[in-house]
Design a protein around this ligand. Structure first.
Ligand SMILES: [Zn+2]
Length: 212
């Protein structure tokens, strides 16, 4: 009887030991896969967030550059246009609008300065139902389209290209091309865009030479 109990005990010990070794052997790749998936998901999330933030900045460029670089003819045309709000006409008349001035985003209809809650890319648009909180004027679908497209494109580059440098380089190029295409008609802005384009090209060349 004692012999049976000893044998059973030994078998149990061997089985537990085997199961532990076996489970460790099998769970290791699963754990690595799980960590890999989580890291990749985190990276994709970062690319998507960077995309919508960049899209928000691109929106500022698209809205302000044509006003900042409007020539005399365009300026007088805008000043007499009933479509342009009084707030923007004042900025245009006093030449107080540029990429960095006013520093904070504002409603182009009533001049209301946006709080941080109203300035979260993509989210704020849906929270405010696509309207200004103060004057209730529509923000315009172009804003949300630019932000979502940027989020998706940045995510796509992050997904298909390795590492961080190349996805970010391609993403910056994409954002620049987006601004270039939309502001091409603004002749006075072309020189600034040309200089920015040259800087971006040199940046691309530097990245290529470093990773060659
Ligand atoms: Zn408003």
């Amino acid at each position: 009887m004692n012999c049976w109990i000893a044998s059973f005990y030994q078998n149990q010990k061997r089985r537990i030991s085997f199961n532990q070794e076996h489970s460790c052997f099998k769970s290791q790749p699963r754990l690595e896969t799980l960590i890999g998936v989580r890291v990749q998901s985190f990276e994709m999330g970062v690319f998507a967030v960077l995309g919508v933030i960049s899209g928000s900045f691109v929106n500022v460029c698209l809205a302000r550059l044509p006003l900042q670089f409007a020539d005399g003819e365009k300026r007088s045309c805008l000043l007499t246009s009933p479509k342009l709000s009084t707030c923007l006409k004042n900025h245009l008349r006093e030449k107080t609008i540029s990429l960095y001035n006013p520093a904070r985003s504002f409603c182009f209809s009533c001049g209301h300065q946006l709080s941080w809650v109203e300035n979260i890319p993509v989210l704020s648009y849906f929270l405010n139902s696509g309207h200004c909180r103060k004057c209730n004027d529509p923000i315009g679908t172009g804003t949300i389209v630019t932000e979502i497209v940027h989020g998706l494109v940045y995510l796509g580059f992050g997904w298909f290209l390795n590492g961080w440098i190349w996805p970010l380089t391609f993403s910056i190029n994409f954002s620049f091309l987006w601004i270039l295409v939309h502001c091409w008609n603004c002749q006075k802005a072309r020189m600034t865009l040309f200089i920015t384009g040259v800087i971006i090209l040199l940046f691309n060349l530097g990245i290529y030479l470093i990773h060659k």
